[in-house]
Design a protein around this ligand. Structure first.
Ligand SMILES: Nc1ncnc2c1ncn2[C@@H]1O[C@H](COP(=O)(O)OP(=O)(O)OP(=O)(O)O)[C@@H](O)[C@H]1O
Ligand SMILES: [Mg+2]
Length: 294
């Protein structure tokens, strides 16, 4: 697999953010003014990623992506990137995770440049990523063990997180004994236990059946509110974006560029019936129109 090419950082990090370029009518003036004065939790400026092919067949995956995520204290925040398959969504998340340096552009966490992976960011990947030779509990404790946290404390924290994701009864099982949804909960618990400032989630529920997917989405909203997490979530599923997001960024086909920013109302109803409600449908139609108009 090709590694993304790396080029010198741009001299100017002051390019207009899409938050300004996107639909400003969707946000109130005081909210926009308050955002401007804070250091954002995440700032991505003019991100470009080109994968260099051996035979000169370069693939431009991301072109000029800029956005800010401001933390909303005490309630958590879920920002969703919605874009067609293969457009460059995972590439954006990997650049924020620090898995490679961008070809051009800058990623700042609370004002500090990202120059590699760090504990301040936790990533949940598209595929399940538990260690098969460790039990559920050992998988969840893994990050704490690496940091030398004593066993009793590790156990206590793992119990709390396993309870939050509904896996207390399965602590002693091995990943192969779990369903797909449970495995993905283990991956989420493993990441949450490190208390990352920013949770990066790459279509984590893509392989699940609709009912399990729905339950997992509800669980994620509950966790984000309770833990006050900022979550950057990517998907190509419009209903998932409407249900989860506070804010949706719509991406173009490859190379990924931000086309629109849309703020989404909160849906308190956790039953599947909410999907049929007029307001949910209206949001879906709005996103679909913006996605397929490109
Ligand atoms: N390591 C790599 N080397 C070369 N090309 C890559 C690499 N990773 C991704 N690409 C290419 O970059 C483009 C964007 O890939 P990416 O995985 O970011 O898309 P995506 O939006 O996450 O897709 P999906 O919805 O299918 O997960 C694709 O054309 C892909 O083939
Ligand atoms: Mg992907």
């Amino acid at each position: 697999m090709a590694e993304p090419s790396s080029a010198p950082r741009p001299e100017s990090a002051g390019a207009a953010t899409p938050a300004a370029a996107a639909d400003p009518a969707m946000r109130s003036a005081p909210a926009a003014a308050a955002e401007k004065t804070q250091v954002p939790k995440l700032r991505v400026t003019d991100l470009h990623v080109v994968y260099r092919g051996r035979g000169g067949d370069d693939i431009e995956a991301v072109r000029g992506v800029s956005f800010d995520i401001h933390d909303k204290p005490l309630i958590g925040e879920l920002v969703v990137f919605l874009g067609p398959s293969g457009c460059g969504k995972s590439t954006i998340l990997k650049a924020v995770a620090g898995l490679f340096p961008p070809t051009r552009g800058e990623v700042l966490i609370e004002g500090f440049p990202v120059d590699g992976p760090g504990r301040d960011r936790g990533m949940v990947f598209q595929q399940y990523t538990s260690f098969s030779w460790l039990t559920v509990q050992e998988n969840v404790e893994y990050g704490l063990r690496l940091r030398g946290i004593p066993a009793a404390e590790r156990r206590e924290q793992a119990h709390a997180i396993l309870k939050a994701v509904g896996l207390s009864q399965f602590a002693a099982k091995y990943p192969k004994e779990l369903s797909g949804g449970m495995k993905q909960r283990v991956a989420i618990a493993r990441t949450l236990i490190n208390k990352p400032k920013l949770l990066l989630m790459d279509e984590p529920f893509g392989a699940l059946d609709p009912q399990t997917r729905w339950e997992m989405q509800g669980m994620l909203i509950d966790i984000s509110h309770r833990e006050d997490n900022t979550i950057l979530f990517v998907t190509h599923d419009v209903a998932e974006a409407v249900y989860l997001a506070d804010t949706v960024y719509i991406l173009s086909k490859r190379p990924a560029q931000i086309l629109h920013r849309v703020d989404i109302p909160t849906f308190e109803d956790r039953s599947l019936a909410v999907k049929a409600s007029p307001e949910f449908r209206r949001c879906e139609e709005q996103l679909l129109a913006l996605l397929y108009k490109q």
